[in-house]
Design a protein around this ligand. Structure first.
Ligand SMILES: [Zn+2]
Ligand SMILES: [Zn+2]
Length: 245
């Protein structure tokens, strides 16, 4: 079982990460990856990029050193209506829109409120994945969120950094999510959440958790080029359908 994609990485553009896009891509190549999604924080994150950053991603190469560069974002869910900090005209330029709750942009509410916010964001047809859903700062109803994600074709992330020190208290909760995903046949995506190039492609703990929970490899995006290509193509089709409304 070989990991060929890291779907969650940051560069210094995010404001609290420390390497460049080229450094991350070189690290991805060294790790043997074929795909890397660059998912900077959305503009509401203190120190995050201006909207224009997302407006100009067309200048990126499709591939760098043999690594397919996926145009992504880790957008912020801003309120219980699930609004994001990127307007539609920017979302539609991207290939992979991951969303999550962050302290700087969303005040933790009750479990019901947090769940409502995430499920509302899942209904946004541009959204492709929800990140670090096991974060204990934002308790959510895991089963409700997972079922809503599956129904909308949105992936649920198992975040490697949550398993190696970030977001204290996450591992047990992530295990619960992984077990529910296995039980209900729900697709997951693994992300390193690298804020340093040396972390790119390091998904070992997340992969171990997914497989130990019993998630079949066909439901783990990061292991198969065809599955990744199919997923990206489906999401692009979804975007095109919206654009023609
Ligand atoms: Zn995050
Ligand atoms: Zn992140």
């Amino acid at each position: 079982m070989k990991i060929i994609a890291d779907m969650h990485t940051h560069t210094l553009v995010s404001g609290h990460a420390y390497c460049t896009l080229q450094e991350n891509l070189r690290a991805a190549k060294e790790q043997g990856l074929l795909y890397m999604a660059a998912t900077e924080h959305g503009p509401a994150m203190p120190g995050g990029p201006h909207l224009y950053y997302f407006g100009n991603v067309r200048v990126w190469p499709r591939e760098f050193g043999g690594v397919r560069l996926i145009k992504g974002v880790e957008a912020n869910v801003m309120n219980i209506d699930g609004e994001l900090d990127l307007p539609q005209r920017y979302l539609q330029r991207l290939e992979y829109v991951a969303v999550g709750l962050h302290d700087e942009c969303f005040s933790p509410g009750t479990q019901e409120e947090n769940t409502q916010a995430i499920i509302a964001a899942i209904q946004n047809p541009y959204v492709d994945a929800i990140v670090h859903p096991g974060n204990p700062r934002f308790p959510i109803n895991f089963l409700q969120v997972l079922l809503a994600a599956a129904q909308a074709g949105v992936l649920v992330e198992i975040n490697n950094s949550s398993l190696v020190g970030s977001r204290k208290g996450s591992p047990e909760r992530c295990r619960e999510i992984a077990e529910l995903a296995a039980k209900h046949d729900i697709a997951v995506v693994l992300g390193s959440d690298a804020h340093w190039s040396g972390q790119v492609g390091h998904l070992e703990q997340a992969l171990a958790m997914a497989t130990e929970a019993g998630i079949p490899t066909r439901n783990i995006l990061n292991l198969d080029a065809k599955r990744i290509e199919d997923f990206l193509a489906e999401q692009q089709q979804k975007r095109k359908r919206i654009a023609t409304y």
